[in-house]
Design a binder for this molecule. Structure first.
Ligand code: SF4
Length: 142
């Protein structure tokens, strides 16, 4: 089974602060599954490190006020291309991210407040029938 995975969960230093969100439980899945790493923010043309961003009124705004919605949309489209190329029906995505977040995301005020919602990439993958799961739920049953 081929599963799309947020690259930062596999220990790749693609997080906004130049670090990662390595998760050993997910790395262990490599024993039985083929994991396809993706980082929508990098594929959307953003640098690492980068200024953190949050979704606000359907746009993605960086902490310095810059509108980065286009880069986030581009990253989502590129991620979908990879999902289709590899025929992935499931994606394990980093929770709370404005790209990868599923179920909960920050509310756009940079105060650490979570609201119900999905990141830009998570939304697009879901719209195309790909099952999304976060790293704490980790439900990869098809
Ligand atoms: Fe991780 Fe996704 Fe953010 Fe890239 S865009 S650093 S994969 S959460």
């Amino acid at each position: 089974m081929k599963i799309l995975v947020s690259a930062c969960l596999l220990g790749i230093d693609c997080k906004y602060n130049g670090k990662n969100n390595k998760n050993d439980k997910i790395i262990e899945l490599l024993k039985d599954h083929e994991l396809i790493p993706v980082c929508p923010e990098i594929m959307g043309g953003l640098p690492t490190p980068r200024i953190p961003a949050e979704i606000h009124q359907n746009k993605v705004i960086a902490k310095d006020g810059k509108d980065v919605t286009k880069q986030y949309q581009k990253g989502a489209k590129e991620t979908l291309k990879i999902a289709k190329l590899y025929n992935c029906h499931t994606a394990i995505l980093k929770e709370k991210s404005p790209s990868c977040g599923c179920g909960k995301v920050y509310d756009g005020t940079f105060t650490g407040t979570l609201i119900n919602g999905d990141g830009i990439t998570a939304r697009l993958l879901k719209e195309h029938g790909i099952k999304i799961t976060g790293e704490t739920t980790l439900d990869i049953t098809e």
